[in-house]
Unconditional design. Structure first.
Length: 288
């Protein structure tokens, strides 16, 4: 019974929906964990982290911060495991995840299609030669003893035979990988972001991403400032703290210096793939 003189208890707010089975106990937060409606599927060293950090400023987007690698490495754990990793969303919000290695994973298109044929796919691409050097620079920072960039790029340099089995080279053959995706998804469901324009015009590129996701253009020029030290744009306010936010120390590394002749040979190698890619997606990225 109520102690005498106490006020009537306030009406209890409506209960949030029960968390999906298998989610950890804890304070119930509003919303539910949903499988992603949009995935940043590639490419490594293209600017995927920037796209994720920029898009998650949007109030209608919730993004998983880490790369779950579900459709390449963890597929046997099942969709419920995958769902359990996702942030909670309201009905009006879109769930996004990014794992750049999906783009070059043979099974990924079919697996994503089997989850939902309506999934929107975002691919961040940049000049494949620059991308390869960036990739090599990252590996070198972790394994200083690896062979030279030149040594890994060519099976026979004097004959100009490029080693397409080396991942850093293979990833940049965008036209080849895209074919696997187009067996399952129409081009209208794949949006290509220019890694170069993401640096020179982040608001313009992110405007197109917002249009593609079907959300209001909330992220605009006023969200960005250019950091001269890093050489790329940073957010004036981050989603969590309201403080300016630049990408971490591992971003914007100074690339290894490569012999200009090697760069020229690689540009020649990539040219036919680039042209085929431009023709397929109907967009010229001006890497020539």
């Amino acid at each position: 019974a109520e102690p005498p003189g106490s006020a009537a208890p306030a009406r209890r707010p409506r209960e949030p929906p029960a968390p999906p089975a298998g989610s950890p106990p804890g304070p119930a937060r509003p919303g539910a964990k949903r499988l992603p409606q949009a995935i940043v599927v590639g490419v490594k060293k293209g600017g995927t982290r920037a796209v994720l950090e920029f898009i998650r400023v949007h109030p209608d987007v919730r993004a998983l911060g880490t790369e779950p690698h579900f459709f390449d490495r963890n597929y046997d754990r099942g969709l419920e495991w995958y769902r359990s990793l996702m942030p909670r969303t309201l009905d009006s919000q879109i769930t996004v995840e990014k794992t750049p290695s999906y783009f070059v994973t043979k099974e990924a298109p079919r697996r994503i299609f089997n989850m939902s044929r309506d999934t929107k796919l975002i691919v961040v691409v940049r000049n494949p030669v620059t991308r390869a050097i960036s990739d090599y620079t990252q590996t070198l920072s972790k394994k200083p003893d690896i062979p030279t960039f030149e040594g890994l790029s060519f099976r026979n340099r004097s004959l100009g035979l490029v080693d397409t089995s080396w991942n850093a080279i293979r990833i940049g053959m965008y036209a080849v990988h895209l074919e696997s995706w187009l067996q399952y998804f129409p081009l209208s469901q794949i949006h290509f972001v220019s890694g170069e324009k993401l640096i020179t015009d982040p608001a313009g590129e992110m405007g197109k991403v917002q249009d593609f996701l079907g959300i209001k253009r909330v992220i605009t020029d006023k969200h960005f400032y250019f950091n001269k030290t890093k050489g790329f744009p940073c957010l004036k306010k981050s989603e969590s703290s309201g403080l300016p936010r630049c990408l971490g120390k591992s971003k914007g590394r100074t690339h290894v210096q490569i012999d200009p002749e090697v760069i020229e040979q690689l540009r020649d190698f990539y040219r036919p793939y680039n042209i085929k890619f431009y023709e397929t997606v109907g967009q010229d990225f001006r890497w020539e």
